[in-house]
Design a protein around this ligand. Structure first.
Ligand code: SF4
Length: 492
């Protein structure tokens, strides 16, 4: 395929990719006599997208540019509208050629609900207008619009309580029992790395001390300990981590304290009691699937019985806010397998589930060995998503946050469902980029949010554990430099 694109390559390519599987393309200057050419241009008069086969024009969609030029918006807003319009035209041409419709329309970004919040700012809660814009300008299906609005409504309850001086803390513990097939996170096998854990925690403590001492004017709203699987470390090390968090942050006054206890084979009664003792309010036990054959394929080295056992231990330890992560589209899984997963999850009755759609990440083992696996078809994923939505609703779990990732099978979405009132604050804040997240540990990225300026600044830590341990002072220095720069206004 030949593409003739002027000044707007990236997003148009992403959109075309969704219509044409495994699209191989070349950017050229003019329509070619042989094969397929798609031209997407902005001229002085027109926005125009056209499709050619062997040099012959087959279909075209265009829009008069002067209409946009006359709109009473600043140049930034005009650019946004132009981009949207060109994507809209590209979508229409590609849909006509391929006879395919995308549930998410022209959306290629990862935060669909952000658009709803922006529209609410502009039009208030006039959902008729908002629905019309999402349907006609973004070409989103009614079903996904319903999901977006349902989630945005739920998020507003959290976002409305946000105060300017609040921050959220993320702490990364990058160790796991084994590496899952699809994983691209910073994660080190605990058996090989056990001897590094104490050094890692000591380095983390230095970073934690700096953050706590330098941001005394801020109130911590939530703490999220993720990874990796933080409960991979032994009980003594876990207690060291918990003590440290309690020493540097006023855990009693924060609204939510989550620890990912993701892999059931890393949990025991002792570790769960430690988490409870030090103020953890929410944990995650993440089966991904409740089918033993799939657990085996994805390299989890535990069984469905282990998940039931870990869950019962967590209940016994007093946890009444437990999340379970699931993935739709795991290699070899059918609709019936997912239905079985939901049947098992129903027995456990967790307070929330987070349902991901399989994403083939560049740095994963799955990507490297993809030919070996039987991946779920787009249409089946769509059916799985619909079924899980209904199942979650029937368990009294409602969608409360959502995001999308690159390279998701079928280009769908990840959705968090929960019992009303137990929405994970951290998840909503990070996805809506509504409050700053100060992130500590290897591979973590702090995000400083400047709401009024519509701006986000990032401070990155190194990914490698050994480098993090040896260079923790550099990591602290990066934060210090950022915090102390008056232009960054962090203490305001
Ligand atoms: S448990 Fe999570 S972080 Fe650990 S290897 Fe699996 S996907 Fe990666």
């Amino acid at each position: 395929m030949k593409l003739i694109l002027k000044g707007h390559e990236y997003e148009i390519k992403m959109l075309l990719n969704l219509f044409f599987d495994n699209m191989q393309y070349e950017i050229v200057d003019k329509v070619c006599d042989i094969g397929i050419s798609i031209k997407s241009i902005i001229s002085d008069e027109l926005y125009e997208v056209s499709y050619y086969e062997d040099g012959i024009l087959k279909t075209v969609a265009s829009f008069d540019k002067s209409i946009i030029d006359k709109m009473p918006y600043d140049s930034l807003e005009q650019r946004k509208i132009s981009k949207r319009l060109l994507k809209n035209l590209t979508y229409k041409v590609a849909a006509e050629i391929t006879n395919k419709n995308l549930p998410w329309g022209i959306l290629t970004g990862i935060r669909p609900t952000k658009i709803v919040h922006d529209l609410i700012k502009k039009y208030g809660k006039n959902y008729e207008i908002i629905r019309k814009i999402l349907r006609e300008e973004y070409l989103i299906s009614d079903e996904k619009i319903h999901l977006m609005l349902e989630i945005a409504e739920s998020e507003i309850k959290i976002l409305e309580t946000n105060k300017n001086n609040e921050i959220n803390i993320y702490i990364g513990i990058p160790f796991c029992p084994t590496k899952c097939l699809y994983c691209s996170f910073t994660s080190y096998p605990i058996n090989k790395w056990m001897s590094h854990v104490v050094q890692y925690l000591e380095a983390l403590e230095q970073e934690m001390r700096y953050v706590s001492e330098s941001l005394t004017s801020k109130k911590v709203k939530s703490i999220y300990v993720g990874g990796g699987t933080p409960t991979s470390v032994n009980a003594e090390q876990l207690e060291m981590l918990m003590k440290m968090i309690n020493k540097y942050f006023d855990v009693k006054s924060i609204e939510e304290f989550t620890v990912e206890a993701g892999r059931p084979d890393t949990i025991n009664a002792n570790k769960l009691n430690i988490l409870k003792k030090y103020g953890v309010t929410r944990i995650s036990i993440n089966p991904q699937t409740m089918n033993n054959k799939t657990l085996d394929i994805i390299g989890r080295r535990h069984t469905v019985d282990d998940i039931f056992y870990a869950f019962s231990l967590a209940r016994k330890a007093g946890f009444n806010n437990i999340n379970m992560d699931l993935i739709l589209g795991l290699p070899g899984e059918t609709y019936d397998d997912v239905k079985e997963t939901m049947n098992q999850i129903r027995k456990l009755n967790p307070e929330s589930i987070t349902v991901h759609t399989m994403a083939i990440k560049r740095a994963s083992r799955l990507k490297e060995t993809i030919d070996k696996y039987d991946l779920t078809k787009d249409i089946t994923i769509r059916e799985m998503i619909d079924m899980v939505y209904k199942e979650a609703k029937s368990m009294n779990l409602n969608p409360y946050y959502m995001y999308r990732q690159k390279n998701m099978v079928g280009n769908y979405e990840n959705v968090g469902y929960c019992v009303k009132g137990l929405e994970c604050i951290y998840n909503v804040e990070i996805i809506e980029e509504a409050q700053s997240i100060i992130a500590l540990g290897a591979g973590s990225v702090s995000k400083i949010v400047y709401k009024e300026e519509n701006r986000i600044e990032r401070i990155e830590n190194v990914k490698n554990v050994e480098q993090y341990i040896s260079r923790v002072n550099d990591m602290i220095e990066r934060k210090r430099k950022f915090f102390q720069n008056p232009e960054n206004n962090i203490y305001k």
